[in-house]
Design a protein around this ligand. Sequence first.
Ligand SMILES: NC(=O)c1ccc[n+]([C@@H]2O[C@H](COP(=O)([O-])OP(=O)(O)OC[C@H]3O[C@@H](n4cnc5c(N)ncnc54)[C@H](O)[C@@H]3O)[C@@H](O)[C@H]2O)c1
Length: 233
Amino acid sequence: MDTETGVINGLVDGTYVTQLRTGAASGVAFRLLAKRHCEIGALIGTGGQAATQLEAMLTAKELKEVRVYDLDFERAKNFAESMRKSLAKFPTEIIAVADADEAIDNADLITTVTSSTQAVFDGNKVKAGATISGVGSYQPHMQEIPVELLKRASKIYFDSQEAVLAEAGDLLVPLDKGEITKDKFTGDIGQLASNELVGRENDEEIILFETVGIAAQDLMTAKSIFTKIQEND
Ligand SMILES: NC(=O)c1ccc[n+]([C@@H]2O[C@H](COP(=O)([O-])OP(=O)(O)OC[C@H]3O[C@@H](n4cnc5c(N)ncnc54)[C@H](O)[C@@H]3O)[C@@H](O)[C@H]2O)c1
């Protein structure tokens, strides 16, 4: 909507905007937080949000291989097959695997985008230097990120710490049980983008980014769709 005149400039599909903006949040996190050289990615969860998550990962870093895993292995296989076609412009092998820990073995980038209520991989098996984006946990009972990983992470960033701490079981459950403290929390990714916070300091740090989605992301995504349409007119 035009903020001066109130005229409707356009209508966008909310589901698609959510997919784009959620992917973009992980993409920005990988760009800002991952090691310079990354080879292997892992994507846990191959549902409605997964395609843009995978595209964001491949856009952020040139990867040799991405393993995709879902509790429903057929779904993971079909997803991998379809992504090999739609993301063929990337030089990355996309492989479905039948085990979450096989997916994350030696992975530099990990995205979790499931509807799980318990940890989706073994936090002790994550390699030093990995960057993880936790996307799926958006209610206080939902968890994907293992507490071992929270303990091993040297930095934890958020799209919005306030929003994450109002919604995400990934942090709320371990905080509640006293397994972690807020001292672990570094701050919002925007503060890193504007140089208020330091990012990765060496190739050994494990860094977690946790996102639940905020309105600013939807707005900027819708705006950039609108700008593209204007440019192409
Ligand atoms: N952070 C954000 O901004 C944001 C935005 C949109 C959606 N979400 C959340 O992301 C999650 C995924 O969304 P979606 O639309 O893709 O959901 P979906 O229901 O389409 O897919 C979820 C997938 O997760 C799989 N799964 C569940 N538990 C698993 C486990 N333990 N290991 C591996 N796979 C597992 C399911 O089999 C399913 O394929 C949801 O919880 C959703 O609410 C977050």
